[in-house]
Structure formats: C-alpha cells, structure tokens
Design a protein around this ligand. Structure first.
Ligand SMILES: NC(=O)c1ccc[n+]([C@@H]2O[C@H](COP(=O)([O-])OP(=O)(O)OC[C@H]3O[C@@H](n4cnc5c(N)ncnc54)[C@H](O)[C@@H]3O)[C@@H](O)[C@H]2O)c1
Length: 254
C-alpha cells in the first residue's frame, strides 16, 4: 500500500517537469490524481488519472478540475505547481511583461489554492495545500535578471505562510517548496538565455555554474522534488505547516 493510498490530489503544471514527476509518484503511491496543464501529456495514462486541459489563469478551467475531484468524492491534496520563467532586465520590463509572470505564478496559484481550499472546507476532512516557489524568491540571482519571477516566488512563500494561519482551524496545512536547479525545460530555457548573454555555450556555462555554485555539483531531478511533495502530501507531514522547504543541492547553504 502506498503512502498516498486513496487520497485524491490535483497537480497543476502536470504536463512536464516537476509536475509530471509528481503525478507519476503520487499514482505510484496509490493516489487518485487530477492532472491539470495547458498542454497535457497524452502518453501518461493510468486508471487513477484524469487529465484536465486548461490554464490556471482561467477560473472556469480551474472549476473544471475541481469538479473532477468532486467526482472522486473528495480532495485531499493540491499542488499548485504551474509556473513560467522570465529573464528580463528590470529597466526593460513593462506592466505587460510583469503581468504575464505574476498572472500565472501568483494569481494562478492563488486561484488554484482558493478553489481547492473551498472544496476541502466543504469536505470537512482537512487537506494539504502545496505550492512550488523557487530559491529565486529567497536570494538574488547573480547571472539571471528576473525581478518579476523572483517577486512572484517570494509572494508564493508569503501566501503559503499566511494560508497556514488562516486555514489551520479547518485542519488544512499549507507549505511551499523552493527548488534550486532542476533538470526541466523551464530551467534549460532560462539557461540558454543566460549563457547567450555571456556569449557562452549553454552546457559549458551550466557545468561551470554547477561546479562553483551547487555543493552537490549537479542538477536535481524532477523526481527528487516529487519525493518531497510525496512526503508533504502524506500523513507523515501532519504537523508541518507554514514552512518553505528548499531542495537545491545545497545552493543556498553556501
Ligand atoms: N526547473 C527549475 O529549476 C525550477 C526551479 C525553481 C522553481 N521551479 C518552478 O517549478 C514549477 C514547475 O516548473 P518546471 O521546471 O517543471 O517547468 P516545466 O516547463 O517543465 O513545466 C511547467 C508546466 O507548467 C505548465 N504551465 C505553464 N503555465 C501554465 C498555465 N498558465 N496554466 C496551466 N499550466 C501551465 C506548462 O505547460 C508545463 O507543462 C514552476 O512553478 C517553476 O517556476 C522550477
């Protein structure tokens, strides 16, 4: 029996990277999963998996995902993970470029968690609200100008702390996960922009960065973040709330 046996979970940003690995691990642990993404992965199929194609910035799409959880009879876990990256110098930014990031990374997370919290409160059994932040929200990024992204991720951590206070009376916990360098499309896209700024080859730039800035000297795998999410979603984490968990190979310990 898995550690998430018969729990019902929603995971956003499930089509790729950290979200997809989390869906796979949750299914392996016995959960029933509603996987939500604007671009779904047709190849990932399972008896306990329902895909919902949608955008976290659209309330009606989120409601569609929640209605699938209702069909399973309950909602225990919500992982608000969908996010977009943005490397842009502050002086070149605009209201529009900030809104693209804030809309998905903060407002999308807020809308997802709000709909999930309403269902959990109705269910009366408590629940787990989880969100993917980033170490970019905890410190400045030397090589990657990304003020809107960093701001959105710091706000997600603040949101989870505030939610932990507000929802404790309903036995709903709220925690953030702050990954460092995880091997996904999003990370590689950012790396390509950064290395190009310095006229460097992306892979060389990455090896050098990992050697000097990450004590474990490598990228993290999406499955390693999924492992942390599995713990936080499980009964083992029943006394954990209002926290941010760094998972960064030691990058912020330097
Ligand atoms: N990869 C890293 O190094 C890293 C580090 C820190 C934080 N993060 C965060 O982890 C989360 C997952 O990123 P990833 O690295 O797995 O990236 P990814 O690009 O591999 O996956 C992100 C997924 O989110 C989906 N998505 C994006 N915008 C959406 C929207 N508006 N509605 C619905 N789905 C949407 C995409 O379609 C994609 O499938 C993000 O919030 C990201 O900011 C990633």
């Amino acid at each position: 029996m898995g550690v998430l046996q018969d729990k019902v979970a929603i995971v956003t940003g499930a089509g790729n990277g950290i979200g997809k690995a989390t869906v796979e691990r949750f299914l392996h642990e016995g959960a029933k999963v509603i996987a939500f993404d604007r671009s779904i992965d047709q190849a990932l199929r399972h008896d306990n998996l329902i895909w919902v194609e949608g955008d976290v910035t659209r309330a009606e799409d989120i409601e569609e995902a929640m209605s699938r959880a209702k069909a399973f009879g309950r909602l225990d876990v919500c992982v608000a993970n969908a996010g977009v990256g943005k490397i842009e110098e502050f002086v070149n930014g605009s209201r529009e470029s900030w809104m693209q990031v804030i809309d998905v990374n903060l407002i999308g997370v807020m809308m997802t968690l709000q709909a999930a919290a309403r269902l959990m409160i109705q269910g009366g059994r408590g629940g787990r609200l989880l969100a993917t932040a980033s170490i970019a929200g905890l410190r400045g990024e030397a090589h990657a100008p990304s003020t809107a992204y960093a701001t959105s991720k710091a706000a997600v951590m603040a949101l989870m702390r505030a939610l932990a206070m507000e929802l404790a009376e309903h036995k709903i916990t709220a925690n953030a996960v702050a990954p460092g360098q995880i091997d996904t499309i999003l990370n590689f896209a950012d790396l390509e922009v950064m290395s190009a700024r310095f006229g460097r080859d992306a892979n060389e730039f990455r090896s050098e960065f990992l050697k000097t800035s990450v004590p474990l000297g490598r990228m993290g795998a999406p499955s390693e973040v999924a492992g942390l999410y599995t713990y936080l979603a499980s009964d083992e984490a029943s006394f954990v709330t209002g926290s941010t968990f760094r998972i960064d190979g030691g990058e912020l310990a330097i």
